[in-house]
Ligand binder design. Structure first.
Ligand code: ZN
Length: 342
């Protein structure tokens, strides 16, 4: 596949974290506003906000997020951050993106959950209007947090579904806080009608994917460990579940110690629904076009495959059916000249 064509083709991204995807210039602006000093040198800043090359686990990978957290404590900061992520997506021809964030991480100061969510929605909406990209927020509960905190955040988000909020998610320390520890809050979110995705299988724990499926979740963030369990792959396919794959991130967090542990081939062979995502554009130092290129180089993925993955993403997007169909038609038209090429 050709890098220029990959850049220009329309894309759908379902799994992109706000705080892990800020551009360096916007990180500098946010730091100035927050009176936080950063290295003047871009290479030094990049080293601070990218995954450490010697990361041994998800917890190592998450360290750059500590640099960003103090910068996202006001409504203008969140608006700017949300705008920045959509601007980057627009620059590589993403047509629809779901940007996820944890309101709790922006509540160290004076912001309420609702104010944090509204600020992100406002930033997404401004960038949508400016760049012609459709964008929704996904609101993350942190699995290590007390249930009342998480449930208050979901309660604030639920009335905004269809008005800038697409749905919810659980993120954070999966190894120490498996799905059972957040079952009540997941059920609470579902009872509010919040469409849910769920990080699972990022810590060599296939059982967490099974538990998320059993809880009724049909979009799984990462799903990396599913490759260890062929029977679970069959259940995943039978459930019609969608995998939000994040290759570069998985190799950095050691969710997959090597390519053989990354479940793409097994999922594809089983006919599973697959989507390709960046996870964190800045922390993982990647773009969606770059991820597509890697799938081409490493797994022989073709333009026709990419169209199929994008159609899967469009069909799984947390938007009304008529918007999914419009997105699907647009993608089909954009890929049509390339689907017979390699
Ligand atoms: Zn993620």
């Amino acid at each position: 596949m050709d890098a220029q064509i990959l850049h220009q083709l329309g894309k759908v991204e379902l799994h992109c974290h706000l705080d892990g995807s800020l551009s360096l210039p916007v990180i500098r602006r946010l730091a100035a506003q927050a009176n936080v000093s950063l290295p003047a040198d871009d290479a030094a800043l990049q080293a601070k906000v990218c995954a450490p090359p010697d990361a041994q686990s998800l917890m190592d990978y998450l360290r750059p997020f500590d640099v960003i957290r103090p910068l996202l404590q006001t409504a203008p900061a969140l608006r700017l951050a949300a705008h920045d992520v959509v601007a980057q997506a627009a620059a590589e021809n993403v047509r629809y993106i779901e940007v996820r964030f944890a309101p709790e991480f922006s509540m160290d100061g004076e912001l309420s959950a609702l104010e944090a969510i509204e600020a992100v929605i406002a930033g997404l909406a401004a960038a949508s209007a400016e760049f012609g990209v459709q964008a929704n927020a996904l609101v993350c509960g942190m699995r290590q947090s007390p249930a009342p905190v998480t449930q208050a955040i979901f309660a604030a988000a639920a009335p905004l579904v269809g008005r800038g909020v697409g749905g919810g998610d659980f993120a954070g320390n999966e190894a120490a806080f498996p799905p059972a520890t957040v079952a009540a809050s997941l059920q609470f979110a579902q009872s509010l009608g919040l469409p849910m995705t769920f990080h699972a299988g990022e810590c060599h724990c296939a059982a967490n994917i099974a538990d998320a499926l059993a809880a009724g979740v049909r979009r799984i963030g990462h799903a990396t460990a599913i490759g260890q369990d062929p029977a679970l792959i069959q259940r995943f396919v039978a459930a019609g579940a969608v995998a939000e794959l994040c290759l570069t991130s998985n190799l950095q967090t050691k969710a997959a110690n090597n390519l053989a542990e990354f479940p793409f081939k097994a999922l594809r062979a089983a006919g599973a629904k697959i989507t390709i995502n960046t996870d964190n554009r800045t922390v993982s130092n990647t773009t969606l076009a770059r991820e597509y290129e890697l799938f081409g180089q490493l797994f022989g993925v073709t333009y026709a495959d990419l169209l199929a993955f994008n159609q899967t993403a469009a069909a799984a997007a947390f938007i009304p059916p008529e918007q999914r169909e419009a997105l699907s038609r647009r993608l089909a038209a954009e890929y049509a000249p390339y689907v017979d090429r390699h």
